[in-house]
Design a binder for this molecule. Structure first.
Ligand code: C5P
Length: 230
């Protein structure tokens, strides 16, 4: 628990939503695929905007869909900026970050593919940044046994899973920390906390939430449909 009450509006959330998501099969860009009749991006944006701390969403849309995405998100009850995404997730995040209005001290990065993110998780990450952590990631324990393998798929050994965590989004940052991490970014990484860590920033873990699952494969979409059933 944080000592501070969540204050409305000190958090901007970047939403990289420009990926094609081919693992979900052919069709529209992943963020625009529908879940229970509504695009994943709209589900995600509604939940992000429902967190009281969030004062602005900056969405990186597929470059050909910027106007459609702006129209699609008109119903979302917070300030909205839509930019064209880039060739990689990292590039899309950097473009969204460049568009954040100057007065937001806290920036979260949330994948549109985690469409069912609970607003309470958004608040938990934001509160940890507000409480003084430079970089914050929500994590879950790893339940499977994890083995390393060689190039021929021969098992080499078992990793001690008690020290492993699966990392979710939203990931939270002091704005200057995220900006410095992206400025210094070399090789592309799959998450933003990894970029901050490469700069020597300490990354704090907070409990994640299973409902924030990443909808990557058709199986995940089926789970998400089930979660939405009344
Ligand atoms: O491909 P992956 O599932 O890792 O993508 C994670 C998130 O990054 C997705 O929400 C996707 O839309 C976004 N992305 C992006 N720009 C890209 C590639 C991915 O905004 N060029």
């Amino acid at each position: 628990m944080t000592a501070h009450a969540p204050s409305r509006g000190d958090v901007a959330v970047l939403v990289p939503a420009a990926g094609l998501g081919t693992r979900l099969g052919p069709g529209a860009p992943k963020a625009l695929r529908t879940l229970a009749g509504t695009p994943l991006l709209v589900h995600a944006a509604r939940r992000l905007a429902a967190a009281r701390s969030v004062g602005c969403l900056v969405v990186a849309a597929p470059p050909t869909d910027v106007t459609a995405v702006r129209d699609m998100l008109a119903e979302v009850a917070t300030d909205l900026i839509v930019v064209a995404g880039g060739d990689t997730r990292q590039d899309s995040v950097a473009r969204a970050l460049a568009a954040v209005p100057a007065h937001f001290p806290i920036v979260l990065v949330h994948d549109a593919a985690r469409a069912l993110v609970p607003p309470a998780l958004v608040e938990r990450v934001a509160a940890a940044v507000r409480d003084g952590h430079d970089a914050v990631v929500p994590v879950l324990p790893v339940v499977d046994t994890i083995r390393t393998v060689d190039a021929s798929e021969v098992a080499l050994g078992t990793v001690d899973r008690s020290t492993l965590r699966a990392v979710q989004t939203p990931q939270g940052f002091r704005r200057e920390v995220l900006a410095a991490a992206h400025e210094a970014a070399g090789e592309a990484l799959t998450d933003d906390a990894g970029l901050a860590e490469a700069l020597g920033v300490r990354v704090q873990c907070v409990p994640g939430d299973e409902a924030a699952l990443k909808i990557t494969r058709p199986f995940d979409l089926a789970i998400a449909e089930l979660l939405l059933r009344p």
